[in-house]
Design a protein around this ligand. Structure first.
Ligand code: N01
Length: 860
């Protein structure tokens, strides 16, 4: 009988790498019966299989190691900054021995299938060796980069010489002396192995499809500074790692790469380059991974270094990445990688110029040439993150196959669990930071979370746990939202599943950072396992809900502002509030360049009003957008929404005139409303003088209180019989004074514009009896017919959301061509925060498209 038949266990774990070993240890400490199934004949996981020459970690070993055992930390000494594969494997074997883990590990045991039995709340796990286990919990600790990518090169298997695979390297090692060797691939495995293979081979030919960013690792002894930081207080050091963005304690700049002088940036990049630290460039500036122009500064710097090392200009050029932004495919650190191409017996074949045709009996054919080799090394990578999980036939509730469920991409809650598969846990699964972090830290966090969850269930008498569909879909949305504010989705990387033919193009890990992710996981628990259903003999307890709903960049903004511990504006004097709002605006990104900016004055309802005019770069007379800034009728000025006005000008190709109307409390209602209407009339009449189309097309736009004024100006123009307004775009407008229900209550606090602040604005602006006047609350107008076509933009987490939506509905009901654009996950200030809230891009594009439509300048 194969080992394990009929065995009843609390937990079965698959995989004896970093994750499986620690999990087994934790489960034992909980007094659970557990078995770990491993296809290899020893522990190690990744570090068991990837024995190619030069294999070593590229996160410093001090960081890339367990933190759960202080004794282990004290006794183990890494011989190098980046330990070799044999040393890391020795470490894992030592951990297995120290904690006597092997007695619960079945080696040479490959899991074939796992099936959920609803009646008994248990899994049946069967192995290729014929074993069968019953367990309550089934955990895939199979690693993110463990399933080799299936060969996808024509003629694979035809080669009569020696074939090697970096991810399945012979244990006895390989001697390439005197051989003609080919390496296919230039990812991390190739970058590490090529210099060493070149030392032995008679000839080495590298077949490169995509060049990779790499730079010197500067390996050696662990630096004294690092040792001191680690040894002075290991507990604090590890805690800092747990609450860092990447799982390695380091400071990350809050400056944009575009905010500093060329000299300052160059110095920062030289320091990053000299550090040999994989993460240094990502940490050098805050926007490397979100802003193409910022990222390009890194690309240019690193390509400059490649050209400085590689002597042959054509080879150097071929080695410079051109098709992806830095970091969007995993970068490498190396030891003499680029120098290797200066050796006379090493050549590079650029598959972009001569695509690989096939592997032949004697070598490799490109579309231009035939090559003969004695050995071919395949360094072609993995079916990352999902490959090893769906390689097992996992069947959940009602016969649902995990492979089928994930056919369009993995769906998980927190990367830990997936709906339809109760009591299945994934360690560093898709949707968790995993491969974008120090794996050791992420593994420990997942193992701790899963073990604590199982302990909780035992205490509470529950047999089953399963994520809810709402929690899972919200998490998947959040993972995608995060990816979408970065440059990652633009690359054909394994992060996107793009390296495996036919794999759905989905961003697989979570880019929000180890710290934010840990916070989300802890919050899930603190909020009573939000998003999970527990079942037991006595009760079923479902605590449905989404853990993250705000757009990721909005959440970062909220965190940043909260950390500033600013006073609530409504507690300040008007003078202090204006000073604070001015100071907050001063440090923001400037927005795009426009052709020209002119400040002027125009006649308002009772005296001159300042205006700022933005003219596009393109030649010719243009239509006009008359813009009203936000600030609750109390704060702001003609230039206070400068980045948004520039953005509008560039996107609409129209002249934007931002009007500085009179403010409360100095000039209370209806001063601002009358000024807004006076400004629209004057601009319409003086369009030619402003360089716009004479008697041309005019639309109005405004944000917040400015949206209120734009709406009111349209109503006043209708009442006065002109001027003609082609359309109105109201962004998060104030349309009514009443905030006592719906979003006014739901979003009363926590999203910058609070209900209390809105109340403060109203108190300064209008007496209570005046507030129902349609010139203050345009939603209260008796008749909304005949108004210009409208786009009303609202944000999900804005106290003003419902009144904006109500205005859109009321306009439509009155026969006005009105469209409502609700912005999911956004707050009141999201859309005007150009180059800060990148997730607001799509809405800004729609706003501009609507204005172009109203003005008749939409591209056909
Ligand atoms: O695999 P890869 P890897 N024809 O996918 C090329 C981790 N790791 O094993 O980019 C021609 O990165 C492919 O080309 P392209 C690390 O996270 C860590 O090197 O798809 N070429 C690419 O150049 C790493 O990212 C460490 O155009 C083909 C290469 O093969 C991950 O594991 C060390 C091809 C594959 O590169 C994977 O690294 C090693 C084809 N048909 C690995 N198919 C450290 O800790 C693929 N390629 C240091």
């Amino acid at each position: 009988m194969a080992s394990g038949n009929n065995e009843q266990l609390d937990v079965v774990v698959v995989g004896a790498g970093f994750a499986g070993l620690y999990l087994l240890h934790r489960l034992r400490r909980l007094g659970l019966s557990a078995k770990l199934l491993e296809s290899a004949d020893d522990v190690g996981g990744t570090w068991y299989w990837n024995r190619y020459p030069g294999a070593r970690c590229d996160i410093e070993s001090i960081d890339y190691s367990y933190s759960f055992d202080p004794e282990l930390e004290a006794e183990w000494r890494w011989s190098e900054r980046y330990a070799t594969q044999p040393e890391i494997l020795r470490y894992l074997k030592h951990v297995a021995d120290k904690h006597d883990l092997r007695r619960d590990i079945l080696f040479k045991t490959r899991v074939a299938a796992a099936k959920w039995n609803g009646g008994t709340s248990s899994w049946t796990v069967s192995t290729q060796q014929g074993g069968e286990f019953r367990c309550r919990f089934y955990v895939m600790a199979t690693g993110c980069l463990s399933q080799p990518k299936a060969p996808d090169i024509n003629g694979h298997g035809r080669f009569l010489g020696r074939s090697y695979y970096t991810n399945r390297w012979p244990h006895e090692g390989v001697d390439f002396s005197g051989l003609r060797v080919a390496v296919i691939g230039t990812g991390s495995s190739a970058v590490q192995s090529i210099p060493i293979i070149a030392e032995q081979a008679a000839e080495l030919t590298v077949f490169q499809r995509t060049p990779n960013f790499s730079r010197p690792a500067r390996n050696g002894l662990v630096s004294a500074a690092k040792m001191a930081a680690y040894n002075s207080d290991r507990v604090a050091y590890r805690e800092a790692a747990r609450w860092s963005a990447t799982g390695v304690p380091m400071s990350v700049s809050t400056l944009s790469a575009l905010q500093v002088s060329d000299g300052e940036r160059l110095a920062a990049y030289e320091t990053a380059y000299a550090s040999g630290d994989l993460l240094a460039f990502g940490a050098a500036y805050s926007d490397i991974i979100v802003n193409p122009a910022a990222n390009k500064t890194v690309c240019d710097f690193l390509c400059g270094k490649i050209r400085g090392i590689v002597r042959d200009p054509e080879t150097a050029d071929a080695l410079c990445p051109k098709d992806h932004f830095y970091g969007t495919k995993r970068p490498c650190i190396d030891t003499h990688y680029f120098e290797t191409y200066n050796l006379p017996h090493v050549r590079l074949v650029d598959l972009c110029k001569e695509p690989l045709h096939s592997i032949t009996e004697c070598g490799i054919d490109t579309e231009l040439r035939s090559f003969t080799f004695d050995a071919i090394v395949h360094a072609t990578g993995f079916d990352a993150m999902t490959g090893a999980i769906v390689a097992v036939d996992i069947e959940g509730r009602e016969g649902l196959s995990l492979k089928d469920k994930w056919a369009e991409g993995p769906l998980t809650y927190l990367g830990l669990s997936t709906v339809g598969f109760p009591n299945l846990f994934l360690i560093t699964g898709p949707g968790s930071p995993s491969v974008l972090s120090n794996m050791a830290v992420s593994i420990e966090q997942h193992v701790d979370w899963v073990s604590n969850c199982i302990a909780h269930m035992r205490r509470e008498g529950f047999d089953e746990i399963e994520a809810t569909p709402a929690a899972e879909s919200a998490w998947v949305q959040h993972v995608n939202d995060y990816a979408d504010v970065t440059l990652f989705p633009r690359a054909n990387s394994w992060y996107m599943g793009a390296n495996v033919p036919g794999k759905p193009r989905v961003f697989l890990p979570y880019i929000g950072g180890v710290d934010r992710y840990r916070k989300a996981c802890e919050e899930v628990v603190d909020r009573g396992y939000l998003g999970f259903t527990f079942k037991g003999a006595r009760e079923t307890r479902c605590n449905d809900g989404a853990i993250r709903r705000v757009q990721p960049d909005v959440a970062v903004l909220l965190e940043t502002i909260e950390a500033l511990k600013l006073p609530a504006v409504e507690t300040l004097s008007v003078v202090a509030a204006r000073a604070l709002s001015g100071a907050m605006g001063a440090g923001r990104p400037p927005g795009p360049d426009v052709g020209e900016i002119i400040d002027g004055v125009l006649p308002g309802a009772a005296g001159e009003l300042p205006y700022r005019l933005y003219r596009p770069k393109t030649p010719g007379r243009k239509p006009v957008v008359c813009y009203f800034h936000g600030g609750g009728w109390v704060l702001g000025a003609a230039d206070s929404d400068d980045p948004f006005c520039r953005d509008l000008c560039v996107r609409t190709d129209a002249i934007v005139v931002s009007v500085g109307y009179r403010h409360a409390p100095e000039d209370r209602f209806p001063a601002a409303a009358l000024d807004a209407f006076a400004a629209v009339k004057w601009i319409a009449a003086h369009a030619a003088g402003l360089g716009a189309e004479p008697a041309g097309r005019l639309a109005v736009c405004g944000w917040s209180a400015g949206g209120n004024l734009a709406a009111v100006a349209c109503q006043l123009a209708r009442g006065a019989g002109g001027p003609h307004i082609a359309g109105q775009v109201l962004v998060n407008p104030v349309t009514d004074w009443d905030l006592t229900h719906g979003s006014g209550v739901e979003n009363a606090e926590g999203y910058l514009l609070t209900r209390a602040l809105m109340q403060w604005f109203w108190d300064h602006y209008a007496d209570v009896p005046d507030r129902a006047d349609p010139r203050a609350s345009p939603l209260r107008a008796k008749d909304l017919s005949g108004l210009p076509p409208a786009l009303i933009v609202t944000s999900e987490f804005d106290p003003l959301r419902d009144q904006g939506a109500a205005y859109a509905d009321a306009l439509a009901a009155a026969g006005v061509a009105s469209r409502h654009l609700p912005c999911r996950g956004h707050i009141h200030t999201s859309l005007v925060a150009v180059d800060v809230i990148i997730s607001g891009e799509a809405a800004r594009a729609e706003i501009a498209a609507a204005l172009r439509g109203f003005l008749g300048t939409a591209p056909t």
